[in-house]
Design a binder for this molecule. Structure first.
Ligand code: GYE
Length: 321
């Protein structure tokens, strides 16, 4: 299995693909990949779609790309249409974790292998997909928590945190909350005083932060946002309330997209934990490997770092998304 840059492969019980999907190795001509994308809710998602489209082109794979506008029902429709079109491989980024069993069984019955891209599903029967590639969201939450603990060492008294969660029921929202809480519970001074979804968008992030500020005002010491877009929306709300982002309120977010680097260089965001959307090349490699009858690792984890504002200007020119 070839991997693109900085990808670590963990082969957790590999599946014999040819035996499981007999039609595939026999397929002729250009490989057809059906991809169901969540939508265009964030800078991350836009970069992810772009990575998939350009990698498909480069790999000579015919891509049927469908945008679900953040609705699970649209993703299910798209997957059914891929099955009807008899594509070679289906890949998708599930907007939420649950509710995929029926459609995945339909794909399996049609002998079309499914790759989960970016987000996981919560289904007991793990024979319904051949591989899951993407980040470790729990670890991202832990990184955010560790940074906070380290950077609040000198502060006396309670640390009041407000949390902007991602899309309700989505893997990154569930896991980023879990990883963060796991770390901060080590110190009882750290308290999440408000937590609400901002659906991973700037507009919602701003709106919910306005409500937090109305309710808690100067009590808020820290904002933990599950993605950069919500943090950027919240920064606007904080400024409009006459407070200084990254100074009056410490701000932590996840993704490390260019918009976050710009906010850090402007001194308005303290830190962003990296989550790479550049999954296209490894997805196309996986599709080719499947077609060649190779065995895919069950889990392909993206390797990622963390960027505090102090290094933002130096790192910015190297950023690809
Ligand atoms: O962090 C967020 C996006 O699933 C990792 O979805 C992805 C998340 C990403 O909308 O910005």
């Amino acid at each position: 299995m070839t991997t693109s840059r900085r990808q670590v492969i963990a082969a957790l019980g590999a599946v014999p693909v040819v035996a499981a999907w007999p039609g595939l190795a026999r397929a002729q001509g250009k490989i057809v990949l059906g991809f169901s994308q969540i939508g265009a809710e964030s800078e991350w998602r836009t970069a992810n779609s772009e990575s998939i489209k350009s990698a498909a082109k480069e790999a000579g794979i015919e891509l049927k790309f469908s945008d679900a506008q953040q609705k699970q029902e649209n993703q299910i429709k798209a997957i059914r249409s891929f099955i009807a079109q008899k594509v070679d491989v289906i890949a998708f980024s599930p907007v939420v974790e649950s509710g995929w069993g029926t459609v995945l069984r339909e794909a399996k019955a049609a002998k079309i292998p499914v790759i989960l891209s970016d987000r996981a599903v919560n289904e007991k029967d793990d024979s319904l997909w051949v591989s899951f590639m993407g980040s470790d969201f729990v670890e991202e939450g832990r990184k955010a928590g560790r940074w906070l603990l380290e950077n609040m060492k000198g502060k006396a008294g309670d640390v009041n945190i407000v949390e902007l969660q991602g899309t309700v029921g989505s893997a990154p929202a569930i896991d980023r909350k879990k990883g963060f809480e796991e770390i901060i519970k080590a110190d009882p001074r750290f308290k999440i005083i408000r937590s609400q979804t901002g659906d991973f968008t700037r507009a919602k992030g701003k709106e919910v932060m306005e409500a937090f500020l109305k309710a808690e005002g100067k009590k808020i010491n820290v904002l933990y946002a599950h993605n950069d877009d919500m943090a950027i929306g919240a920064i606007q709300a904080i400024e409009e309330a006459g407070m200084k982002p990254a100074k009056d309120i410490t701000i932590i977010s996840i993704d490390a997209v260019k918009g976050a680097f710009e906010a850090m260089m402007a001194g308005k965001l303290n830190v962003s934990v990296e989550c790479s959307p550049l999954l296209g090349p490894q997805l196309m490699q996986a599709v080719k490997d499947l077609k060649a009858g190779k065995t895919l690792p069950r889990r392909i984890v993206t390797e990622e770092g963390i960027f505090p504002m102090e290094v933002a200007a130096k790192e910015f020119p190297k950023r690809k998304y």
